[in-house]
Design a protein around this ligand. Structure first.
Ligand code: FES
Length: 313
């Protein structure tokens, strides 16, 4: 081979994975597709990196969404270009023949398997590197939701602002005494100093004496056998309960949740008897302090609200 031939071969030679060269020359269209795929992989990689930068510099949901869409879309387009223009799509038709392969057929298959197929790709290593970079940046971006989970809540979901000795106030912050609630009346209450705190809101109900059917240890937390207090958060989906009903015919007392119509039996530990709620409303233990004010004996007996994380108990 003379020197001119040698130069021409070097120019026409095609680099493939592993540094091998294939003699199949790509068309101009395939070269263009290769350049385009490389640009899309680069765009995907830059968008993935940009997503990290935006996230760690404070985050902006819309910008993160756009960058994620660009990273994913550009990666998909790049892979599509590669598959459509740079992979072999030859159709081959073979006559039906005996099902078992003879030694010659197996030999031919093994040779064909080792053959370079499809159009040769110039700088395939670069394209593969860009694809890996784009895929890696996108893969790392998928870890961001894990980072956003934040610290574990611990037992904060099981505690409210109530604790032993904390006095009971109404929505205006006024301290409550036994005279503050009329018979069969009810009032929304909070711990003193925490008015408005959602997880601590409760309903103080004055039930006529002798009607409550609570276990002895729960009854001991009901001043005068009349002033019972339950969490105001529905145990179904956490809506605030706001309706107290007196059934004249059955002498029953119930609380009604307006969201999905769950009903709770006030006289029987606020157990649900209608609707989707499955757990009773947690009771808040109360006592009368030395100054005659209503005060908590401790926190609610159970976690308030849906408490789905605490179902095992
Ligand atoms: S939130 Fe009360 S019934 Fe659904």
């Amino acid at each position: 081979m003379d020197s001119e031939d040698s130069d021409r071969d070097r120019g026409a030679g095609v680099e493939v994975a592993g540094g091998e060269r294939s003699g199949v020359e790509p068309t101009e269209e395939q070269r263009g597709a290769q350049r385009l795929a490389a640009r899309f992989f680069t765009l995907s990689m830059l968008a993935g990196i940009g997503l990290f930068v935006v996230y760690f510099s404070g985050g902006q949901t819309q910008v993160e969404g756009i960058l994620f869409a660009i990273a994913l879309g550009a990666l998909g387009i790049g892979i599509g270009l590669w598959a459509h223009h740079l992979l072999d799509a030859r159709e081959a038709i073979e006559d039906r023949h005996e099902l078992s392969s003879g030694p010659e057929a197996r030999q031919a298959f093994e040779e064909a398997l080792g053959e370079e197929v499809g159009p040769a790709i110039r700088r395939r290593g670069m394209l593969l590197g860009l694809l890996a970079g784009a895929g890696g940046a996108l893969g790392l971006a998928l870890l961001l939701p894990l980072i956003s989970l934040g610290p574990a809540p611990g037992d904060t979901l099981k505690r409210t602002a109530w604790h032993s000795g904390r006095r009971v106030v109404d929505e205006e912050g006024r301290l409550l005494t036994l005279d503050s609630v009329p018979e069969d009346g009810f009032v929304t209450v909070y711990p003193e100093g925490a008015v408005g705190r959602a997880d601590s809101q409760a309903l103080l109900i004055r039930v006529p004496r002798g009607l409550l059917r609570l276990p002895p240890e729960r009854m001991a937390a009901v001043p005068e056998g009349s002033y019972v207090c339950y969490s105001k958060l529905c145990t179904h989906a956490g809506c605030p309960i706001g309706l107290y009903r007196v059934e004249q015919q059955t002498n029953g007392r119930s609380l009604f949740c307006p969201c999905h119509q769950s009903q709770f039996d006030v006289l029987d530990s606020a157990k649900p008897f209608f609707g989707p709620a499955a757990r009773p409303l947690p009771q808040l233990p109360l006592r009368i302090d030395n100054e005659g004010h209503l005060a908590a004996e401790g926190d609610f007996f159970e976690p308030v609200g849906p408490a789905f994380w605490d179902r095992s108990k």
